[in-house]
Design a protein around this ligand. Structure first.
Ligand SMILES: [Ca+2]
Length: 399
């Protein structure tokens, strides 16, 4: 009797759930499990300039590299797809992080980044949905991702799953603010400007101060009686660029300047710093472009825009300490977007210093872990060994 009641209740609840299902309209189209794949996300990086990998034809080279901490799920959008979205759920069961997570994807074709003739391009992944799952760590190990289509009215379709794991995150730089070194800039081989006035203000006068070392400490005395002047006879509009080659690749940089000993107010206002691994000394426009753009030459912005307000003779400005991501720059591009004097097309500066900073590389995968936890995870091959970190650090520091 009791058994019968239980059975009756079970049937009743089944009937209810069937009824609820029916109220939610037709079941969402199923996703074909054989089309579901998982891989790391790929990002475009410019290749470091090396002897083995010379920069050819004045253009940098790019490659696709795996991005740590990510898994990209990809599946074919079914024929006659009627679902509104796809829900992906997964569980993180780590020594520090234990949580259920959910991501949603649409039912539209996705885009992805690829290389086409060494250029970064967006391509359409026709007929496929891609979902980037980030905020992962390699030490989370294997993760099962459950993929469920959901209809507009909330009906849940057939759940399929795939197991994958994230690649380790790259080492993260921490700048040592007390390690500032002023770059000794050789104006003949390490300094360029896109706009040079022919009749006055040669570029070399930007870095013609004198250096003295007292008690092991460098004292730089700028020569403010000489100056660099951008082209004023036949000027082109801002932005204008000064490029400096660093003595060795760096992650952290800053700069300071002194304006000209002149009341013309030809002082910088808005400045964006860029970094690149290579530069051919020419401010060429990319094929088909009407404007010079550092990004076309593999340069990336370093830090936010710097805005200066100093006016008048010998105006001074210092940038913040600016840091690239986990990449290094060999060339620093100082992009001057405008001038304190409204409507002007050029600047004049009596001195420019560029500084670089040492970094300490840390492994974000190890963050917050005790020594015992680290040892345990290393033994399980879920964390890098110290030797692997040392090896990476050597590479990143260009040693
Ligand atoms: Ca000078």
């Amino acid at each position: 009797m009791k058994k019968n009641i239980v059975l009756a209740l079970a049937m009743l609840s089944l009937a209810f759930s069937c009824k609820e299902q029916k109220d939610l309209g037709p079941a969402p189209t199923s996703i074909d499990k054989t089309t579901l794949s998982a891989s790391p996300e790929y990002v475009v990086r410019s290749i470091l300039y090396t002897k083995d990998n010379p920069w050819t034809n004045g253009k940098p080279c790019y490659k696709l590299v795996e991005k740590g901490g990510t898994v990209v799920l990809r599946w074919a959008i079914p024929k006659n797809c009627n679902y509104e979205r796809v829900e992906v759920t997964y569980k993180i069961n780590d020594v520090l992080v234990k949580e259920d997570r959910m991501r949603a994807a649409s039912s539209f074709d996705s885009e992805y980044v690829d290389l086409d003739q060494d250029k970064e391009v967006k391509k359409l992944d026709k007929g496929y949905t891609r979902l980037v799952i980030d905020n992962l760590k390699a030490r989370y190990g294997k993760i099962t991702f459950f993929v469920t289509p959901i209809s507009r009215s909330g009906a849940r379709g057939e759940t399929i799953s795939i197991v994958s794991e994230a690649k380790p995150l790259g080492l993260r730089p921490e700048l040592k603010t007390d390690s500032r070194v002023r770059e000794d800039i050789d104006p003949k081989t390490e300094l360029w400007a896109d706009s040079q006035e022919e009749s006055e203000g040669p570029l070399k006068d930007l870095v013609d101060g004198t250096k003295k070392v007292v008690d092991g400490k460098e004292i730089w005395t700028p020569n403010t009686s000489t100056y660099f002047h951008m082209n004023w006879k036949s000027p082109t509009p801002f932005p204008h660029y000064i490029v400096v080659k660093l003595d060795k690749p760096a992650v952290g940089v800053s700069f300071d300047y002194i304006g000209r000993d002149h009341g013309g107010n030809l002082n910088p206002k808005t400045v964006q710093v860029w970094g690149s691994t290579s530069f051919n000394g020419k401010f060429e426009k990319a094929d088909g472009s009407d404007k010079f753009n550092p990004a076309d030459f593999g340069a990336k912005t370093i830090g936010p825009e710097q805005v200066f307000a100093a006016e008048g003779k010998l105006a001074k400005g210092s940038s913040d300490l600016l840091a690239m991501g986990d990449e290094q720059a060999s060339y620093i591009w100082i992009e001057f977007k405008d001038c304190i004097k409204d409507g002007e097309k050029f600047l004049a500066l009596s001195n420019l210093n560029v500084y670089t900073y040492e970094v300490k590389w840390t492994d974000p995968e190890r963050e917050g872990l005790t020594k015992a936890q680290i040892d345990q995870l290393v033994a399980k091959k879920l964390l890098r060994t110290q030797a692997e970190i040392d090896e990476l650090e050597k590479k990143l520091s260009g040693k």
